[in-house]
Design a protein around this ligand. Structure first.
Ligand code: ADP
Ligand code: MG
Length: 728
């Protein structure tokens, strides 16, 4: 009997819900472990408080004197909570978070010791950065990188460590993380959007980008997960026949949350509250054992930090409840994968959501301006936006038939489509007073009412307008949202910047009034970006054909998709908007393409190992049992032997065929990998992994899964889908 599988099942059945009592109201504990505005007011001198707030709100620099005061207060606050260590907390391009803990403790003369944390230690650190991916930016003689404090994201305590959110850059200044370009992109969109807002309201001084992410994940019993080498090493199942019951009955979605999972969620939400992550929604997702957590949206940089933190915390909390969290985009074949919808909007320091229609015609015109410019930006840069979510694991989702397609399109709904159609008919140049009134009252002015019943939501669209925000649904569940958010905010910034230039030109050169000029430019945009608008079924083949006609890209694999990240258009864009230099863009491309190769390489090795060393020996063992059986039958039945042992003999043959199928394909897999590894050119190597290596996974899996259906359950070594997905 395969001890590990049955041992794991036995253990998992003994796992009972770990009851979580909530003694305090969530509002009371929210942000308890965060050095937030409230805490700063208590701990900081007035000067220091003003210094930090200015840095947060206006990006002013914090001088050393203020930094010293802040660090001293942070230390006092942390020590009062039993904290012993501090760390700069950052998001290198590995996709996870990084930290290196230092104790506050320091020795002084006379055999004594003190707790020390000064401004220098707060502001900048030099971690040994040589093992983080840099895409060739740091050659070994200049291997230094440093982390620098990001005061716009408050420090927090996790466990016994004070964590200080930082950027991570090379000694020469190039970004080595997700946060640095994001901050630059947010700055760019602030500048561009503020300038456009001032057509409508001179009081606007700042525009912030908001992000509300929705994190999907699977929960699997910890013991069961540990019994699967593929889950441990790759985060997903590389083989396994589908369970008789999957998601056909749709009985999991929004159903009652199983008790064990519910207690885990309460514990997780409790941690979120302490850390200031405003967790709001929890529910069952479509697939069995699939769930979602969504917070209230926040300023984009903070939201990205909170999501990165959550992806770390969720695993630790799950472990306490004997679960393993699978954040992978496609942990199980045949049932839904996981995404991370990125809900995005822009809002002003005067409190206006620029993607929500206002109450007056003028504010609705402002809404339309931002709405149409966003659509235009997505149209111009659709391929780059697709590239922003390209990873080996997300390839399983995009283009597969249960997730957004690899084609980027925008859904705006019937009502807004009508509004755009009417605007398309606006007269060129100056407008008559009647036309202006008509437009303002009956087209633009009616938008708020229109939106109230804009409820038909197209779940198949990768980029959908949902009332007061756009929802970018193609983002994968493992993604660091900093990547897509950097790109989305940059393309919108560029678009708004161009828009401003065009409108100003009409005003200055053609003598048009401001609103006339805005209407004129928007009309042209509506005409030109029509191909990106699509309200139909995004999963269908019809759309693939139609999209091709419209000139939209359909890059199904990561190596194909990533190319847009180093096109001339992209490099020009990032350089113009001061988000990334050519060197940074190219380095990131290299890192991402290399990550792709490594992912497929690791999966290939694991699959080869499981198929050859777990499945084949089991199949042989079972085949031997059958052989013995046939031999025995032959001894007993002389005459009728052939007909009596017919089924067994054909099973023996079938098993042999599958064993052969596995062995030849694993050999092929190893050969193709070797060939691919010899390819110098990294792009060509990635293509080889994509086109030659990866397709063999399916062939190997096919034979293994067939064997799973034949071999005696008692000796099958791998925990099965039904056990992974339905053991609670
Ligand atoms: P769903 O898309 O699952 O139906 P909602 O539309 O209620 O759910 O919201 C999903 C996410 O969108 C939440 O994280 C929410 O905070 C966020 N959200 C709501 N309004 C905005 C906004 N104006 N900007 C950004 N995110 C928002
Ligand atoms: Mg959702």
């Amino acid at each position: 009997m395969p001890t590990l599988r049955f041992h794991a099942i036995k253990e998992s059945l003994a796992h009972k819900p770990i009851i979580i009592e909530e003694s305090k109201k969530r509002s009371e504990i929210f942000g308890e472990n965060v050095f937030n505005e409230n805490t700063m007011r208590q701990y900081l001198t007035k000067d220091a408080f003003v210094g930090v707030m200015n840095a947060v709100q206006h990006g002013t620099k914090i001088n050393r004197n203020i930094a010293d005061q802040v660090s001293a207060s942070m230390k006092d606050w942390a020590l009062s909570k039993g904290v012993t260590h501090y760390t700069h907390w950052f998001q290198p391009l590995t996709g996870t978070t990084a930290e290196k803990h230092d104790a506050f403790f320091e020795t002084v003369s006379g055999g004594m010791a003190i707790e020390k944390f000064d401004g220098g230690q707060l502001v900048q650190q030099e971690p040994d950065a040589s093992s983080f991916p840099s895409g060739g930016i740091r050659n070994t003689f200049e291997a230094r990188g440093y982390t620098a404090w990001d005061p716009t994201s408050p420090a927090f305590i996790y466990g016994s460590t004070l964590c200080i959110p930082t950027i991570f850059v090379a000694y020469t200044g190039e970004a080595l993380d997700y946060k640095t370009p994001l901050l630059r992109a947010l700055h760019a969109v602030d500048d561009a959007a503020t300038a456009v807002c001032r057509y409508f309201d001179k009081n606007v001084k700042k525009v912030s980008s908001s992000l509300g992410w929705e994190q999907e994940y699977f929960l699997v019993d910890k013991m069961l997960a540990a019994s699967r080498p593929d889950i441990i090493l790759t985060g997903r199942t590389l083989l396994g026949h589908s369970s008789a019951k999957g998601q056909q009955l749709d009985d999991h979605y929004f159903g009652a949350i199983p008790n064990r999972a519910l207690n885990f969620m309460r514990d997780l939400e409790h941690e979120c509250m302490l850390l200031g992550i405003p967790a709001k929604t929890r529910h069952n997702e479509v697939a069995p054992n699939q769930f979602e957590l969504a917070p209230i949206y926040e300023e984009a940089n903070l939201a990205v930090d909170h999501n990165s933190l959550l992806m770390d915390v969720i695993g630790r909390v799950a472990s306490r409840h004997n679960f393993k969290v699978l954040l992978h985009e496609k942990p199980f074949a045949g049932i839904n994968g996981s995404g991370k919808h990125n809900n995005w909007s822009l809002s002003t320091d005067t409190g206006v959501n620029l993607l929500a229609p206002g109450k007056t015609p003028m504010s609705s015109l402002q809404f339309l301006t931002f709405f149409i410019n966003t659509i235009k930006a997505v149209h111009t840069h659709e391929e780059l936006l697709r590239a922003s979510v390209a990873t080996a694991s997300n390839d399983h989702r995009l283009g597969a038939n249960e997730a957004p397609p690899a084609i980027i399109s925008v859904f705006i709904g019937e009502q807004l489509t009508k509004v755009l159609e009417e605007l398309e008919g606006v007269t060129k140049g100056k407008l008559s007073p009647q036309e202006k009134t008509e437009l303002k009252l009956n087209v633009v002015g009616k938008i708020p009412d229109v939106l109230l019943d804009n409820t038909d939501r197209n779940r198949t669209s990768p980029f959908a307008f949902t009332g007061n925000k756009f929802e970018f649904r193609a983002v994968g569940s493992t993604a660091n949202s900093g990547n897509p958010m950097t790109i989305l905010n940059t393309i919108v910034a560029k678009q708004l910047k161009d828009f401003k230039v065009e409108v100003d030109k009409l005003i200055d050169e053609k003598g048009l009034k401001k609103d006339e000029a805005v209407f004129n430019i928007l009309r042209e945009y509506i005409k030109s970006c029509k191909p990106i608008l699509f309200d139909g079924n995004g999963y269908g083949e019809v759309w693939e054909k139609e999209a091709k006609k419209r000139g939209l890209s359909n890059n199904k694999s990561t190596p194909e998709a990533l190319k847009a990240k180093i096109s001339k258009q992209t490099i020009d864009l990032f350089e113009e908007m001061n988000v990334m230099s050519k060197i940074e863009v190219e380095a990131r491309y290299e890192i991402e393409i290399e990550a792709y190769i490594k992912h497929i390489q690791i999966e290939g090795r694991v699959l080869g190992d499981i198929a050859r060393n777990h499945i084949v020996p089991t199949a042989v063992k079972y085949q031997n049992i059958l052989v013995e059986n046939v031999k025995g039958l032959k001894e007993i039945f002389d005459e009728d032997f052939k007909s009596i042992s017919k089924e067994q003999i054909s099973l023996i043959e079938e098993i042999s065929n599958h064993i052969k199928g596995i062995n030849t394909n694993v050999t092929k897999l190893i050969d193709e990998r070797k060939k691919a590894n010899k390819i110098e050119d990294i792009e060509k190597r990635a293509s080889a992994y994509c086109d030659q290596v990866k397709p063999l996974f399916d062939d190997i899996r096919y034979h293994c899964d067939k064997l799973e259906l034949m071999v005696d359950d008692e000796i099958w070594p791998l925990t099965k889908y039904r056990e992974l997905l339905f053991t609670r």
